[in-house]
Design a protein around this ligand. Sequence first.
Ligand code: GDP
Ligand code: MG
Length: 280
Amino acid sequence: MLTPEILLLGGPNSGKTHYAGQLYGRLRRKPGELALRTAGGTPADLSALDEVLECLEDGRAANHTSTNTWDEILLPLVDKQGRNIDLRWPDYGGEQLNSVFDQREIPEKWRSRLVEAESWMVLIRLESETTFDDALNTLNIRPNSVATPSARPNTWDANAKWVELFQLLLHVSGVGYRYRVRKPRLAILLSCYDEINNQENQPCDVLDAYLPLFSSFVKSNWAAKEVSIWGLSSLGVPLNSEDTNEDFVDDGPEEQGWIISPDGKKDEDLSKPLSWLLGE
Ligand SMILES: Nc1nc2c(ncn2[C@@H]2O[C@H](COP(=O)(O)OP(=O)(O)O)[C@@H](O)[C@H]2O)c(=O)[nH]1
Ligand SMILES: [Mg+2]
């Protein structure tokens, strides 16, 4: 039995809950690299995921996970080689990640989780990340312009935010990066990928275009074999909680959503990034 420790990282509204729900639907009804293990043992309590899936079957989005609801679900999985895997899938409001960043404090539960984690799965919704134009570019366009007080909002540029957050988390994990990082293995999932304009590019190029500083931080600090960047669209389209999407109702949520593999290929098997993280 493998009991891998995966840390799921993603801010509020990055798509964690819908990914978990859609992954669960796939595992149950349309297995790919990974499937749900049904025989033997005590049936796992998957009611939280059932609830998400029920909303999607009605063609509606699920509700926001409040900070304290469900913290961990045990997914009993089996892979193509017949290996049994018990995956503890954490879900949380996502606000916690922001407060780690804002308050520079890591709750005890997170600390032990960070130390034990063999891999990190990070969800980043690029279209919701705030970045600021490079001030040097402005100087090039208008060489004689006079500096005016900037009206920038009081938030971090997402590049700096993610680099800082990664540095914090690596520090608490006890991982140095004088040498390239091999553990934790890292999968970056660019979530809600249907919102992105240049979907035909490879996900690593898309990350590069949106968050160049963070992208180069990852590339220069991780061993190339231990990091991969994916596009993830769990739903394929935007949903809301009032209107009904008929495709979800007629064909089932398991027919919706896709990923883009690191090599740029579209695939409907949403378990692939997970399977890559769990691989040799
Ligand atoms: N367009 C689009 N919207 C999505 C997708 N996945 C989730 N969403 C929406 O993004 C919002 C946040 O998703 P949720 O899974 O609750 O994020 P969480 O806070 O990280 O758990 C919800 O309004 C979802 O309907 C997707 O693949 N595409
Ligand atoms: Mg959630």
